[in-house]
Design a protein around this ligand. Structure first.
Ligand SMILES: [Zn+2]
Length: 383
């Protein structure tokens, strides 16, 4: 395939080349490109480096006037816009499936960088990125999906590495989907991108538009923390936070953790009987829609009970500690002040949702206050 394409470009570029012999083009020493490729080759160790010995001459006349040379261990590609860079291994092979430098990715802009988490690699191209990691192989990311992935923190986000390339349907109105280890990014013409964390991930979203699924779901790894239940990982991290607070002289108590579908049903029905459905909906989740059902939420309090389950909790020692430090332990204040139109809940400075340190750190660093905004999900002001 490479040879056929090469012959096509060689025929159009023959004037620029000194030799054209039985399908093999050899650029003259005077071709300026050869200098950049040769310099690159020398910089990665020449014949004694990982590229090994040349297996083709320098071949020029590629798209945008570029050149490449193949070696036993990979290739060097050059164009005036991109410079000279090495392509090899799984990333090079995946690039080839998209049409090499003539495809949407264009030329490489960097060599591959294999210092990523879980020994992954990434290479930047003119039109996007290709990632490789041993458990998922090599996949490209580009366009609107790449923008969202970048905004969330690339492979360090809860999405982790791509495990598919994007797949698109439709022509005028397109829907493109790409799978990542921790979820799915969907891009729609005119509608931008949204992220759906995988249901097995710790960062999945429950709100008034996204009930627990299945609706009666109960986690299997609940453990006792204080006088409440939480999923094991969340419980360990909550205990770490309680210890951290104690180290600063702040006491934190556990008020309400896991609540089952049936408990929530009883709580909600009681509020409906007391206040009516409209008001009940503003202070209590309907059964199946409570975040407490995930086993990833703890309502916290002060040892003296100050401002328990009240907005003024934010000004108490436990509330202030949580607001400033919960993210370090993987928790977020899930219903922050001023975001009722997005979360559907009034300010609840005591309601901490465990999302994992990756998500909480990314949200903290990027300035996101709600999971809906971080994941690009629709607001959920009501049912
Ligand atoms: Zn709560």
């Amino acid at each position: 395939m490479k040879r056929v394409r090469f012959l096509q470009v060689a025929l159009t570029a023959v004037a620029a080349l000194s030799l054209f012999l039985s399908g093999t083009v050899v650029a003259t020493a005077a071709t300026p490109d050869q200098g950049a490729v040769a310099t690159k080759y020398a910089s990665v160790g020449g014949a004694r480096g990982y590229l090994g010995r040349p297996v083709t001459p320098l071949r020029c006349g590629l798209a945008a006037g570029g050149c490449y040379r193949q070696y036993s261990g990979g290739s060097i590609y050059w164009s005036s816009a991109s410079g000279a860079h090495v392509a090899l291994g799984g990333i090079r092979a995946r690039w080839g499936t998209f049409g090499w430098e003539s495809g949407f990715l264009g030329y490489p802009l960097t060599d591959e960088n294999c210092t990523l988490v879980s020994r992954g690699c990434v290479q930047k191209f003119q039109g996007g990125l290709i990632y490789w990691q041993s458990s998922v192989g090599a996949h490209a990311a580009h366009g609107g999906i790449l923008s969202k992935y970048a905004q969330m923190g690339y492979e360090n986000s809860p999405l982790g590495y791509p495990r598919s390339d994007e797949a698109c349907t439709g022509t005028t109105s397109k829907t493109c989907t790409q799978q990542f280890l921790g979820g799915t990014i969907v891009w729609r013409t005119g509608k931008g991108t949204s992220v759906t964390p995988s249901s097995g991930s710790i960062g999945y979203v429950v709100n008034k538009r996204r009930p627990n699924s299945p609706i009666g779901r109960a986690p299997s790894d609940l453990v006792v923390v204080g006088n409440q239940y939480l999923r094991r990982e969340a419980a360990n991290q909550l205990l770490a936070m309680v210890r951290g607070a104690a180290g600063s002289g702040v006491g934190i108590t556990t008020v309400s953790g896991f609540r089952s579908y049936w408990t929530q049903l009883a709580v909600y029905n009681q509020y409906v009987a007391q206040y009516g459905r409209a008001y009940a909906d503003t202070i209590s989740a309907r059964a199946g829609y409570s975040e407490h059902q995930t086993g990833l939420v703890m309502d916290i309090g002060n040892p003296n009970g100050a401002c328990g389950l009240s907005a003024c909790f934010a000004t108490t020692p436990a509330g202030a500690f949580a607001a400033n430090n919960a993210w370090r332990y993987g928790f977020i204040v899930r219903y922050p002040n001023g975001y009722t139109a997005i979360t559907g809940y009034a300010f609840e400075p005591w309601h901490l949702r465990y999302v994992g340190v990756r998500v909480s750190t990314a949200m903290h660093n990027l300035g996101y206050r709600t999971l809906e905004q971080y994941f690009g999900l629709p607001a959920a002001p009501n049912y």
